[in-house]
Design a protein around this ligand. Structure first.
Ligand code: PLP
Length: 299
């Protein structure tokens, strides 16, 4: 497809169909379990199961069939699964929520529940995939293989709209000719760019670069003398600086901009840092000195 949101929509259609055709759920009764604080895109169906008022308010009527449970809580997923559940969809790290990294073992537990209860596990790797977290996919940190992954963003080398859903044939095969598609989906230029982008990720060992540069980033930022900063968290080159509750980080983003560093505020008191995967040590050192200068000037 073209955008991340369309990849997610495709995955939702795929698992709903699978639920009817492979699991025997009555059409219209399919349920999909998702996590609170998720971000999967901005279509009507996707915002229907968002818990973020900015994404959701006044876009009703909302699409039914989604059950929201707390993130990082495998027991809540176990409880939410019913005979009508066709899938569980989560982000391996919640990016937009503020780079919320779940406890070690969460993804494994989700995998185990899904297998045991005959439910598909969809990992939305649109933000975390393709080396961003220091491994090719974020699920690799726990050695977990989901039934489906949604991919986007870096798939287009960061500049061209192309997205995808990957799954084994017994799942993907529920789509037959004419049952899903898009004018520009899978067009030759996008496909060529995606293949080239994936080659670059391997050839330039960008997962290793993300891991090493990310460790450097977190270690250095954690040393900043900034009383308002609570912690720095993340994996690879997907990181966030978390300030104390109630702190308004927007002015820090503006100060960073003035210092030549672009970073995005999420949820008021969090700033996300997602530098290019190709960043060199020299550029990281330069960026860190600017970031630390700004952090240490925070009142
Ligand atoms: N899923 C995740 C995890 C994302 O982070 C995003 C975008 O930030 C999306 C889906 C939506 O992608 P797009 O903006 O390309 O529609």
């Amino acid at each position: 497809m073209n955008t991340g949101a369309e990849a997610v929509e495709t995955a939702l259609k795929m698992v709903r169909r699978w639920g009817v055709e492979k699991k025997g759920i009555e059409n219209g009764k399919q349920e999909i379990v998702v996590a609170a604080e998720n971000f999967h895109g901005r279509t009507i169906s996707i915002v229907s199961f968002s818990t973020d008022p900015d994404a959701r308010v006044n876009y009703g009527p909302y699409t039914p069939g989604f059950v929201i449970v707390p993130y990082n809580d495998a027991a809540a997923i176990e409880k939410a699964v019913t005979p009508n559940t066709c899938a569980v969809m989560i982000e391996p790290i919640q990016g937009e929520a503020g780079v919320y990294v779940p406890d070690e073992g969460y993804l494994k537990a989700v995998r185990e529940i899904c297998t045991r209860r005959k439910v598909l596990f969809i990992a939305d790797e649109i933000q975390t995939g393709f080396c961003r977290t220091g491994r090719k996919f974020a699920v690799d940190h726990e050695g977990v293989r989901p039934d489906a992954m949604t991919l986007g963003k870096a798939l287009g080398g960061g500049l061209f709209p192309v997205s995808a859903v990957v799954a084994d044939h017994d799942v993907m095969g529920v789509f037959t000719p004419g049952t899903h598609g898009s004018t520009f989906g899978g067009n030759p230029l996008a496909s060529a760019i995606a293949i080239a982008a994936m080659d670059v990720l391997d050839d330039e060992k960008l997962a290793d670069n993300a891991r090493v540069m990310g460790e450097h980033f977190r270690a250095e930022v954690a040393k900043a003398r900034c009383p308002k900063m609570v912690k720095v968290r993340g994996k690879g080159l997907l990181n966030a600086v978390v300030f104390e509750k109630g702190f308004e980080a927007w002015n820090v983003c503006l100060a960073l901009r003035d210092a030549g560093v672009l970073a995005k505020q999420t949820h008021g008191n969090i700033i996300r840092f997602a530098p290019p995967l190709v960043i060199t040590r020299d550029d990281m050192t330069d960026a860190l000195s600017r970031i630390i200068r700004v952090l240490e000037a925070v009142k």
